[in-house]
Design a protein around this ligand. Structure first.
Ligand code: AQP
Length: 332
């Protein structure tokens, strides 16, 4: 079975709608037909400052949301990145294979470092994509289900895997990004020119999955659209309306064309109200399932411990092969 791998950061307690539609939903679908590895990437989270107690709690909340969204530990390996030390170990090797100029071209780093300023930007944030290279290659992943913002990081992973394979020996599978066009980039509800994001969105532009449904309903209803009235799909002229249509389509299963026909003769308000209801219908049971997992932290930790053990079995084998091929003397 093909191998898939992906991760999500525990940087804030709640995932947002972009995380879910862009990535986590595909994780759930892919677990059935693939050998799937999914992780909460706490090593990535500390590239920006984290309060220790909050990080620990957010790691559990993240795992609970993944289970609440439909990951099934019988069908996938769910674990916490720091439980598998091979991630940090392989990352060092990958650091030494990646060019400084090559790493400097990562647009996510450029965006974030320009927002934080040089003094608040860590070297960890710069090498974040290189840790991600290690994350993916350790598991010999064939496909990496992510949002559009991660495409460049999967591309550099392919380059470095090929470089290792030709310089040393053919060890790594070359991974492909798995990105669904329709949900690859969910936009901020207040500024449809930027992606919905924990760090860049204003609170009103960000739909957090653990907020009360009525809080999110308000955000959908006050989403920025445009001065027109006709509900139609046009990413250039109507980015706000188009974003709402794509979200509706993903949640309802209706195509954008069907929705445009459905809203003919109706105003933007109708689309927003329907979307708020549709979201509440999905998010309410999601929150109940997530809450049930959070109420039983011992069971949650047990699931994560089993996941870490399964992950380590694969990761340690890859790392041992890499250490051998690059010429490290085995410990006697
Ligand atoms: N707006 C989005 N639309 C579609 N997919 C998205 N993803 C993130 N935002 C969107 C995808 O979610 C997965 C997990 O992302 P992450 O853990 O890297 O979270 P993130 O990138 O830290 O999310 P944010 O909100 O964008 O955080 P900041 O602002 O800190 O960077 C990934 O597959 C990602 O593509």
């Amino acid at each position: 079975r093909p191998r898939v791998l992906s991760g999500i950061q525990p940087t804030s307690g709640s995932f947002h709608l972009g995380n879910y539609l862009g990535a986590v939903r595909q994780w759930v679908d892919l677990q059935k037909e693939n050998d799937a590895f999914y992780m909460v990437v706490d090593l990535h989270a500390i590239t920006v400052p984290q309060d220790p107690a909050t990080l620990r709690q957010n790691t559990r909340i993240s795992a609970a949301q993944l289970l609440g969204a439909g990951l099934d530990p019988e069908h996938c390996t769910l674990f916490v990145q720091s439980h598998v030390p091979e991630h940090a170990q392989l990352a060092w090797v990958m650091n030494c294979l990646t060019g400084f100029g090559e790493a400097s071209r990562m647009t996510q780093f450029k965006d974030k470092s320009s927002r934080y300023g040089a003094d608040s930007t860590t070297v960890g944030l710069f090498t974040y994509p290189i840790l991600q290279i290690a994350d993916i290659l350790l598991y010999q992943a064939d496909a990496v289900p992510v949002g559009e913002d991660q495409r460049q990081h999967v591309e550099i992973t392919r380059d470095i895997a090929e470089r290792f394979n030709s310089r040393y020996a053919p060890v790594f599978t070359i991974p492909k990004p798995y990105i669904l066009k329709e949900t690859a980039k969910i936009m901020d509800l207040q500024d449809p020119g930027i992606k919905m994001s924990k760090s860049a969105s204003s609170p009103k532009g960000l739909v957090s999955l653990l907020d009360e449904a009525k809080v999110s309903a308000k955000k959908f209803k006050s989403a920025v659209t445009d001065t027109g009235t006709v509900v139609s799909y046009d990413e250039e002229q109507k980015p706000g309306v188009s974003n709402l249509l794509r979200i509706h389509s993903a949640l309802s299963g209706q195509s954008v064309e069907q929705l445009v026909a459905h809203f003919e003769g109706k105003m933007y308000g109708a689309l927003k109200t329907e979307l708020a209801e549709l979201f509440a219908e999905w998010v309410t049971p999601f929150q109940q399932r997530t809450g049930a997992f959070l109420d039983d932290p011992a069971e949650l930790d047990r699931v994560l411990a089993i996941g870490a053990e399964k992950a380590r079995a694969v990761a340690s084998e890859t790392l041992a092969t890499v250490y051998d091929r690059i010429g490290f003397l085995p410990a006697a």
